[in-house]
Ligand binder design. Sequence first.
Ligand code: G3P
Ligand code: CA
Length: 324
Amino acid sequence: MTLPRRDFLRLVGTSVTTISTSALVHALNETQVKSKTTTATKKILIAHRGASSYAPEHTIESYQLAIKQGADFVEQDLQITRDGQLICMHDLTLERTTNVKDVFPTRYREEPVASSETRRWYVSDFTLPEIKKLDAGSWFNSTFKNERVPTFQEAIDLVRRKAGLYPETKAPDVYGRLGFDMEQLLLDSLKKNGLGTQSSEKHTPVIIQSFSAEGLRKISGLFKTKIPLVLLIEGEARTRWLTTEGFKEAKQFASGIGPAKALLDKNIVMQAHALGLSVTPWTFRLTDVGRFKTLREEMSYYLYELGVDAVFTDNPDLFPRIRP
Ligand code: G3P
Ligand code: CA
């Protein structure tokens, strides 16, 4: 089931409540085109992997800091352990963000990369108790030594009633080939926690994102959820999705699109909005501001000039909540 953009706006908290919803979508587009001073909706701050510029990504410290810095949503990238537990981690493998090489030096797979072999420690080769032995903080900074990899349940326990949850199903096709159903695990977990319902959205809104259109179609069609779904878009996928036909197709199962920021221009944002899709680009961080002088300036341009609805940022403290 597709959640219209007006429902996405209701979920994330629009500041315009006195006009009809169809008028709202129209007004939003008109406002963004015509006015440089009026902001029709609340802009949404999503802490990307937590406050990941300041603390190791996907750790409790990073999520806590994100909440402290005023995040509306805290993002969780999801992977699945050998014993079928959802954990919060960006990569399919453990070696970039933990000390797995030291703790389990022989538990790697050799993978051919170009002409050389590369060793990979896959999440799916380790049980949750094994992963809990790993230090997920020292790679970032020694002051975070012994931070642990959080389960999705631990992320829920920390974030709920303080901010929204923004889980991403990472590589559900890969996990599907291993016998796991990532979409089912995610929805079961939300259900068990009483999340993703009309009443819970008031205190803990949930939005599900994925690069997998197939996975989102499944969540929308098979599970018939009303949770807003955001289709992530990068690279060559732009030629399929960032077109009028692509927007119409996406609208069948998603309430919004999440393109890499470099793919966006004002026309794309307006077209998506006109079809009722929200637009949420990524990733805004201090180390990648392109032609802009500051990160705040870059985020302001996307939010208030291009008119996107929300942004993913590693620096929640620099989010321009109000138009400068
Ligand atoms: O989920 C939005 C953005 O995070 C997608 O890129 O690779 O950081 O998960 P990635
Ligand atoms: Ca992500």
